[in-house]
Design a protein around this ligand. Structure first.
Ligand code: DC
Length: 232
C-alpha cells in the first residue's frame, strides 16, 4: 500500500486534534499538531517577556526556539528547547496570544519549513489552519473540519474545566471568536478551505462517527493513490 499525507484544517476547537490523532492511530501514521508549534513559540515569548506584537523582537528570538515532539504514554507531547510543555501551551494566556504570534510571517516561515520536513516520508496526519493550502498543497487527502461555534465553545469549556483550568464560558466564547477572526483575516496564509478539501461538519457527530467517516475517506485516498501508481 502507498503512503499518503493527510491534512486536516479548520477553526479553533473543532475537534481537529482528536480526529487527527484517531486517524493517525488507525493508520499507524505519525501525528503532528501544528498548532502546538505556534503555541510553543508563544510560550517562549511569554516566558522571556518578549512582546508578541513586536515583530522584530519575535523574529530575533526564533533561532533560540527548538521544538520537537515525543510520544509519551498515550499522547504526543510538545517539547520546547528540550522541556515538555504539553500542558503549559494549553493555558489561556497562550491561547490569548497565539493568534497574534502566528500572523508574523517570519514565524510562519520557520514553522512551515519544519512541517514540510516532517512530511517528507509521508505516512503523516497533520492538523492546523494552512496544512492543505500551504504546508502540503499536494496532500492526497485534505479534510476541512467544521462545527457550530456554540458547540465548539461548549466543548472547549468542558475540556478546560476537566483539566482544572478556572475559566468562564464567556471568556472561552470570546477567545474562540477572536481567534477565528484573526486566523481567517491574516494576510499570510489565512485559514481557508483548500479547493480540493472535503468538508466534514461534526456538530452532530460523535468522536467515533467522525473517525469512521475520516477512515473511509483515507481508505479511498489510499486506494486511489495506489491505483494511480500502478497505472503509471
Ligand atoms: O489548533 P490550535 O488552536 O492549537 O492552534 C493555535 C493557534 O495557532 C491558532 O489560533 C492559529 C495558529 N495556527 C496557525 O496559524 N497555523 C496552523 N497551521 C496551526 C495553528
Amino acid at each position: 500500500m502507498k503512503k499518503i499525507v493527510i491534512a486536516i484544517d479548520g477553526y479553533s476547537s473543532c475537534g481537529k486534534s482528536t480526529l487527527a490523532k484517531g486517524l493517525a492511530a488507525a493508520l499507524s501514521y505519525a501525528y503532528i499538531d501544528s498548532g502546538a508549534m505556534y503555541r510553543a513559540v508563544t510560550l517562549y515569548l511569554l516566558q522571556h517577556n518578549i512582546d508578541p506584537a513586536d515583530e522584530e523582537a519575535v523574529e530575533s528570538a526564533l533561532p533560540y526556539i527548538t521544538i520537537h515532539f515525543e510520544n509519551i504514554g498515550l499522547g504526543n507531547h510538545t517539547f520546547l528547547n528540550g522541556e515538555d510543555v504539553e500542558e503549559a501551551i494549553r493555558q489561556m494566556e497562550v491561547s490569548e496570544n497565539v493568534s497574534q504570534v502566528s500572523v508574523i510571517s517570519a514565524v510562519r516561515r520557520a514553522m512551515v519549513k519544519q512541517q514540510k520536513a516532517m512530511g517528507r516520508r509521508k505516512s503523516i496526519v497533520m492538523d492546523g489552519r494552512d496544512i492543505g493550502t500551504v504546508v502540503f498543497p499536494e496532500a492526497e487527502l485534505k479534510i476541512f473540519l467544521t462545527a457550530d461555534p456554540e458547540v465548539r465553545a461548549e466543548r472547549r469549556y468542558k475540556e478546560l474545566v476537566e483539566k482544572g483550568v478556572d475559566v468562564a464560558m464567556e471568556a472561552v466564547r470570546r477567545n474562540l471568536a477572536e481567534r477565528d477572526r484573526i486566523d481567517s483575516m491574516r494576510s499570510d496564509s489565512p485559514l481557508r478551505q483548500a479547493e480540493d478539501a472535503i468538508v466534514l461538519d461534526n456538530t452532530h457527530l460523535t468522536h467515533e462517527e467522525q473517525l469512521e467517516k475520516a477512515i473511509q475517506l483515507a481508505e479511498a485516498a489510499l486506494l486511489q493513490t495506489t491505483n494511480q501508481s500502478v497505472s503509471l
